[in-house]
Write a protein that binds this ligand. Structure first.
Ligand code: CMP
Length: 136
């Protein structure tokens, strides 16, 4: 069954001019762009999006990072798109994400308190529904 997911090109991806390269990989894989917008989220939006990480050591740096510049939010659709996009993105830590993935090819550790890993993708149908309602 066709499902939807939330993809974010995070501020590091937008600032580095990688939005087009990331979209090209998503489109080449065959997923459908249903909606797309440039967003500068406020703190309340990010607190909702990252509620599960509240209290973790990287939580404040994460919110600061996500408020450092615009992100591109994408409503993406396709059969098994949730796991498919996460496979395209690669694992969370860009240093060790597999080459061939977005994080593995374009990401690295910059020595900061938060992992700047270029993209976000929802991790389950429940997360996707919750996160899409926050960003769209
Ligand atoms: P994301 O998948 O958007 O969700 C949580 C984010 O927190 C994650 O991407 C990274 O940007 C960041 N993050 C997750 N784990 C760590 C960690 N151990 N140290 C620093 N940042 C992290």
């Amino acid at each position: 069954p066709t499902e939807e997911t939330l993809v974010l090109v995070k501020p590091d991806g937008v600032a580095r001019g990688l939005t087009g390269a990331i979209l090209a990989r998503i489109e080449a894989k065959g997923y459908a762009l249903v909606d797309i917008r440039l967003v500068e989220p406020d703190r309340a939006t990010l607190e909702k999006h990252y509620a599960e990480h509240e209290g973790k050591p990287f939580y404040e740096p994460l919110l600061e990072f996500m408020m450092s510049g615009p992100s591109v939010a994408i409503r993406l659709a396709g059969n098994r798109v949730i796991e498919g996009f996460r496979s395209l993105a690669g694992t969370t830590d860009p240093t060790t994400a597999a080459p061939g993935t977005i994080r593995g090819d374009f990401g690295r550790d910059w020595g900061l308190k938060v992992q700047q890993n270029l993209v976000h993708g929802s991790d389950s149908p429940e997360s996707a529904a919750r996160e899409l309602a926050i960003w769209f």
